[in-house]
Ligand binder design. Structure first.
Ligand code: PRX
Length: 653
């Protein structure tokens, strides 16, 4: 990365929202933002209660807006609603019935436009298909699909009948899928024969078969969408084709009234220790918060074509491709492909083809576009764009400037949105018509979010100083639990920072600072989580994958800075006995990790070593490994190191 931390800290450029943007925005000025913010802060229950009433449909009104028994929050207690109803049925009584809900573009160039009326019909039929296989309210359903409309249809159908979904990113391997199926005790899996990615057909059903062979006893049925027409093995009585099962079903399926706190979905994410955590989100608060953030942050209007390039396998896809946009009655674009050698400009083609107005992507994609050269986007008409967004990792100011100039034509505000799987929705962000932006800063908290930067005792640090990013008050879409592991929920998020008076602070795992204008600058993870291309990976997860190889005795994984992906995976590996360390074994280990987790966990570099640097109590000193991996001099205290000669050996590598 060309920008050093120092240059980020000295960033002083300020971009005011263009007047023509502010004039028609939902939130039009800094003053309006301040008013909203203080209204929410002074009486959060009134603020959220009024919005819930105005913006969502409820089958039954709540008795209490918030019940906060730290760290357990319940929002809209006693209220009943259904997010699928809010995303579909309520739009059918207006002109939106015939409006495009989803514009989908497949990688090979096929496409579909699905109106709200059609989407409602598809969702109802598929919901009945799930019921026909015995899926009931409360049963968990896994979704392992490529970026095709059926992914959104499946999610909405699960929500409609009250079966929590667990979407597993299609890039995860059979092993990773199996772990998630077992943890969630999924009853049914929805998959496809495959999907198209980088001009290749990727097999998915085959991975499901492998996962089930290795043991996921809770799974009773598999529904398979035909996408690539690859040969697949269908097990009689267990596996059903989507296109055979769904058309037989009635298109009448009333949405199940759900309690506001009924579980909507589980989504697995990496932590600093052990296996991935099943982050639990519930219905009412999540529906409201993703609805409001989508509306105000993306300034979403009925005439907009909105496109978020994430995959539905991540929280960004859940909140800002499916639920937030559809709850607002917006047109949301879904694209199956990614930029690839045969079409590096495919994103700009999609923008030109559909006249996309709002475009939301990741810094790693922007850095890849910079490398490819601006001639590619310059050859397309991007004049429809009016707002840009980024998410997933800190954006370096120069990438921000390029995005602003080349893609936004210097006229589009950029919303740099900081949030997490656990927060459910965007927490720190500019409101594009109201808040001047600074390249590299996610600026200010969304109304209702009380964020701070503190030390380990929970004391706020001075402006300009680094510290831990925390959230001090509950918010509607906050994580409710780690599925099946409430102790882990408490320990990970609520016990790391220990304020004196027993106050509970949500700890996000990120380091940040705040400047003199109150703007937040997120610096990255402060735990053992690596952020590769905006994807979170736990170092322990990769280490366990490595040591599950019979020739590996021990492994330590760290992140090292990478110009393109933000961070890259660097693994130090010591081998069993007299195993010969060679290039072939490195390749084999890379393949092994890919099979255990998926291609996103592929180590960029493996260094064989006899020993790892450890403290006298046997703890691996990752700080030293991080310095070594990034080619820096080792600084700081090394006196706790058990054997000082280890460092020289590691340097020689
Ligand atoms: O480190 C932060 C980084 O991504 C982490 C959350 O990852 P995940 O749960 O996978 O969700 C990604 C999409 C919401 C955070 O703890 N992160 C996310 N957005 C930003 C960011 N870091 C800096 N700036 C951002 N805008």
């Amino acid at each position: 990365m060309s920008d050093t931390i120092e240059s980020i800290l000295q960033e002083e450029r300020l971009f005011n929202p263009p007047t023509e943007f502010s004039e028609r925005a939902y939130v039009r000025s800094g003053r309006e933002y301040e008013q909203l913010y203080s209204r929410a802060a002074s009486n959060p229950e009134k603020f959220w209660g009024e919005l819930a009433e105005q913006e969502l449909h409820w089958f039954k009104k709540w008795d209490r807006v918030l019940d906060w028994q730290p760290p357990f929050a319940q929002w809209f207690v006693g209220g009943q609603l259904n997010i699928s109803h809010n995303c579909l049925d309520r739009h059918l009584h207006s002109w939106r019935r015939n409006k495009a809900a989803i514009i989908w573009e497949g990688e090979p160039g096929d496409s579909r436009v699905i109106t709200y009326g059609e989407l409602h019909r598809e969702v109802c039929q598929f919901a009945n298909a799930l019921k026909s296989l015995g899926v009931q309210k409360g049963d968990r359903v896994a979704i392992y699909l490529p970026m095709i409309p059926e992914a959104a249809i499946a999610m909405l159908a699960c929500a409609r009948i009250g079966a929590p979904h667990s979407v597993v990113f299609g890039g995860f391997s059979a092993e990773a899928l199996r772990d998630r199926l077992v943890d969630a005790e999924a009853k049914l899996v929805i998959t496809a024969d495959g999907g198209f990615r980088k001009d290749k057909a990727i097999a998915l059903k085959q991975e499901v078969d492998k996962a089930l062979e290795h043991g996921a006893p809770s799974v009773e049925n598999v529904i398979v969408v035909q996408r690539t027409k690859a040969d697949v093995t269908m097990t009689a009585g267990r596996d059903y084709w989507w296109h055979e099962l769904k058309p037989q079903q009635s298109a009448h399926c009333p949405a199940e009234p759900m309690d506001s706190e009924d579980m909507l979905f589980i989504l697995y994410t990496s932590g600093s220790t052990g296996k991935p955590k099943g982050v639990v989100h519930t219905t009412g608060g999540y529906n409201l918060y993703t609805h409001m953030t989508t509306k105000w942050i993306f300034d979403l209007k009925d005439t907009d074509v909105y496109w978020c390039t994430a995959d539905v396998g991540w929280i960004t896809g859940h909140s800002y491709i499916v639920y937030g946009p559809l709850s607002n009655g917006a047109t949301t674009v879904m694209y199956e492909g990614v930029p690839r050698p045969s079409n590096p400009g495919c994103f700009w083609d999609v923008i030109e083809k559909y006249g996309v107005n709002i475009f939301y992507t990741a810094p790693t994609a922007i850095r890849a576009f910079i490398r490819m050269g601006e001639a590619i986007p310059n050859a397309r008409d991007l004049s429809s764009l009016r707002l840009l967004g980024t998410v997933g990792e800190p954006i370096n100011p120069e990438a921000w400037m390029w995005y602003h100039r080349v893609i936004g034509g210097g006229k589009c505000p950029i919303v740099d949105t900081w949030w997490q799987t656990e927060t459910g929705g965007i927490m720190l962000t500019p409101l594009p018509g109201a808040i001047p932006t600074k390249p590299g800063s996610c600026t200010r908290p969304f109304p209702g979010i009380v964020a701070d930067i503190v030390d380990l005792d929970g004391n706020p640090v001075e402006s300009g100083q680094g510290g831990f990013l925390v959230i001090k008050q509950p918010w509607p879409s906050m994580i409710r639990d780690v599925y099946g592991d409430t102790d882990r929920f408490r320990f990970t998020y609520w016990e790391h920072i220990q304020p004196k008076e027993g106050q509970y602070l949500y700890f996000a795992g990120d380091g940040a600072r705040r400047d003199a204008d109150g703007y937040f600058w997120v610096m990255g993870r402060v735990d053992d989580v690596i952020n590769v291309s905006g994807h979170r990976l736990g170092t322990m997860e990769i280490e366990s994958a490595l040591v599950s190889h019979p020739l590996v005795a021990e492994a330590a994984v760290v992140g090292r800075p990478d110009e393109l992906t933000g961070e890259a995976i660097f693994a130090f590996v010591s081998l069993e006995g007299n195993t010969e360390a060679n290039e072939d074994l490195k390749k084999e280990l890379v393949k092994h990790v890919t099979a255990e987790i998926g291609a996103i966990a592929r180590p960029a570099e493996i260094r064989f070593t006899d020993v790892l640097p450890k403290t006298r109590s046997g703890k691996i000193m990752r700080r030293l490994l991080r310095s070594l991996a990034s080619g820096q001099e080792i600084s700081g205290d090394t006196s706790t190191l058990e054997d000082r000669t280890v460092l020289d050996k590691l340097r020689e590598g």
